[in-house]
Ligand binder design. Structure first.
Ligand SMILES: NC(=O)c1ccc[n+]([C@@H]2O[C@H](COP(=O)([O-])OP(=O)(O)OC[C@H]3O[C@@H](n4cnc5c(N)ncnc54)[C@H](O)[C@@H]3O)[C@@H](O)[C@H]2O)c1
Length: 332
């Protein structure tokens, strides 16, 4: 029978549900990469509108379908306006629409800024768990002290990782201070340059809003694990000097990322060892004398699996606003 209803989940609903679901969502993300690898998920290129380039304002549509036992089509619609943070507003705002596989009718609309951030940091932790021995990071470096980096530290703690010291850098000193204030029990060292962070740490998390490379010094590379979330900070020479793992080769080469710049330099993808799915399946041969960089373009399938898990939990625990008879249930 047709479900004519539509469930609306606001930021508060989504946040409360996510809070107890990190383990579930981590597994869902790992599974979504494997489903994609088995051709059981459809992840078409996203559509991006740069509607104000000087102000770096953009909106992106990410449609996707996840098959297997999930069977969920949907769409994330996410806007970014980096200057929002000057007005104390988040940079990104987003909606996620989940559709019913059988009828195609939308069943839920979720506020998705946190879904987007959490799926992003969990995808980085999926890679980290495969690349790092044990769950204790001695020296973590964070470049870009914004929302995504905040969610990264929260997710690490939720998934029982321990971090001894954290070196942080941001071009805006106020952001460094605000970031430290969010984690009063954590020991931080504020670095004066991004290069210093790269040099001094074993694991580096990049989450800035830079649109072109500003990290050029290849002499700071040794065997770090670099989680390249913001995608555009590293000069192509650093990418070419490392093992590289991506989430989706065509997607990462379709945009002006550091990986794309590296590809442009040598007109070959030989510097990319493989995909995150292959990493999960232990199918990659990595050079142990080089750093390893994970560059995820960020796939719509991650939003779908995370949104779907939250939707299931919301139905069970009666969260959200259910709008009855939202859709037309008749052919006339
Ligand atoms: N790959 C993915 O799947 C994915 C998903 C979501 C977000 N992102 C990216 O993550 C990035 C961070 O997002 P956010 O929501 O945390 O943004 P944010 O605006 O909250 O924080 C970004 C921070 O980076 C700092 N910054 C900008 N340029 C810098 C530079 N050159 N050097 C040092 N610091 C710099 C800013 O001052 C700011 O504090 C964005 O680029 C976003 O597009 C990637």
């Amino acid at each position: 029978m047709l479900n004519q209803n539509l469930l609306l989940l606001n930021h508060h609903d989504v946040s409360e549900l996510i809070d107890n679901m990190y383990e579930v969502l981590f597994n869902a993300i790992q599974n979504s990469y494997l489903l994609m690898n088995q051709q059981k998920a459809i992840n078409p290129p996203s559509t991006l509108i740069w509607y104000d380039k000087p102000e770096k304002k953009r909106v992106i549509a990410l449609p996707a379908f996840v098959g297997g036992s999930i069977k969920r089509p949907g769409l994330k619609w996410i806007a970014s306006a980096p200057n929002n943070i000057k007005n104390n507003l988040p940079r990104a705002s987003a909606l996620l629409v989940l559709n019913d596989e059988a009828t195609g009718f939308p069943v839920a609309i979720l506020e998705a800024s946190k879904i987007s951030a959490v799926r992003t940091v969990l995808s980085a932790i999926v890679a980290l768990e495969k690349l790092h021995v044990g769950k204790l990071i001695q020296n973590l470096g964070i470049i870009g002290c914004g929302y995504i980096s905040t969610q990264f530290l929260i997710a690490l703690k939720k998934l029982n990782w321990q971090v001894e010291s954290i070196h942080i850098f941001d071009q805006d000193p106020d952001r460094i201070q605000a970031f430290q204030n969010k984690f009063p029990d954590q020991k931080f060292y504020a670095s004066t340059t991004a290069d210093e962070v790269i040099k001094q740490n074993d694991v580096i998390f990049l989450a800035t809003t830079a649109i072109e490379p500003y990290i050029f010094d290849t002499s700071n590379l040794n065997k770090q694990i670099i989680l390249n979330i913001s995608l555009r900070d590293l000069a192509p020479e650093l990418i070419l000097g490392a093992n590289n793992i991506v989430d989706h080769l065509e997607h990462i080469l379709s945009s002006n990322t550091s990986v794309f710049l590296a590809y442009e330099k040598i007109k070959s993808t030989s510097f990319i060892q493989g995909s995150i799915a292959e990493l999960i399946l232990n199918q990659l041969e990595l050079n142990s004398t080089k750093p390893t960089i994970f560059s995820p373009m960020g796939l719509g399938i991650l939003d779908i699996v995370v949104g779907d898990s939250i939707y299931q939990a919301a139905e069970k625990e009666q969260y959200g606003l259910n709008i009855e008879n939202f859709f037309n249930g008749h052919t006339s």
